[in-house]
Design a protein around this ligand. Structure first.
Ligand code: ADP
Ligand code: MG
Length: 242
């Protein structure tokens, strides 16, 4: 059974149809990269998956269980599905350690000692253990974004959604964030990324989905999409990046 099934999802903002009868199935350990022109619906799709936005039609399921519509435990859902955005959105008045342990303490009821040990292990893995006591404004953008990823990982999510997580970063800081994503992929984390880092998408993704006007216009393995795109729109989009 697929980990995630997006089944005929349509999403309107007022009269604007942003997602149009979109279906997509994601298996465990898959890394899916969403690409496409600005405004094509990448962020909306990711936000619908963890219910930051409500869909208008269709259904989304995790391991066969419906997660859209009424009667869904949203706390549980957001434990299972982590999301990291373009802006770092760390709490400015909390240290790195406080930022990363807050949810496990509050939501999971984890013991402080256990939460801190777990956070320190993650921070060590990404080379930021020495920043544990610092406030976010003492960190570079890349460091903040790495901490934001750790914060999501603290909940042990079964799926990680990453929305243009390097877009706000100075070019020299992009690599250190992508390194973490690469490492997570190697460890088998199931991920859906919206990205405009095509070189990275090509390297890390199992599957590329090209979105166009709220639909998956073309999808396939990176070599196919980047090497030999079939659709005219896909070709035009990739050409426009050169
Ligand atoms: P992408 O992430 O691919 O750039 P988005 O999902 O952010 O695209 O946006 C898809 C479309 O939905 C765009 O036309 C955008 O203007 C519109 N949109 C996004 N969020 C809202 C909102 N909260 N209210 C109204 N329209 C929105
Ligand atoms: Mg977006």
């Amino acid at each position: 059974m697929a980990l995630l099934e997006i089944d005929g999802v349509t999403k309107h903002y007022g009269t604007l149809e942003v997602l149009s009868n979109l279906s997509l199935s994601v298996d465990e350990h898959e890394v899916i990269c969403l690409i496409g022109p600005s405004g094509c619906g990448k962020s909306t799709l990711l936000r619908c998956i963890n219910r930051l936005e409500e869909i208008s039609l269709g259904e989304i399921r995790i391991h066969g269980d419906r997660i859209t519509g009424p009667g869904v435990d949203l706390d549980r859902l957001r434990r299972d599905i982590g999301i990291v955005f373009q802006g770092y959105n760390l709490f400015p008045h909390m240290t790195v350690l406080q930022n990363t342990t807050l949810a496990p303490l509050k939501v999971l009821g984890m013991k402080r000692r256990e939460a801190e040990d777990r956070a320190m292990a993650f921070l060590e893995r990404i080379g930021l253990a020495h920043k544990a006591g610092d406030y976010p404004d003492r960190l570079s953008g890349g460091q903040q974004q790495r901490v934001a990823i750790v914060r999501a990982l603290m909940m042990d999510p079964m799926l990680l959604l990453l929305d243009e997580i390097t877009s706000a970063l100075d070019p020299e800081l992009v690599a250190e964030v992508l390194d973490i994503v690469r490492d997570l992929a190697a460890r088998g984390m199931t991920m859906m990324l919206a990205t405009h880092e095509m070189g990275f998408a090509r390297e890390v993704a199992n599957r590329i989905c090209f979105l166009q006007a709220g639909k998956i216009y073309e999808q396939g393995p990176p070599a196919e999409i980047f090497g030999n795109p079939k659709g005219e729109r896909t070709q035009a989009f990739l050409r426009s990046l050169k």
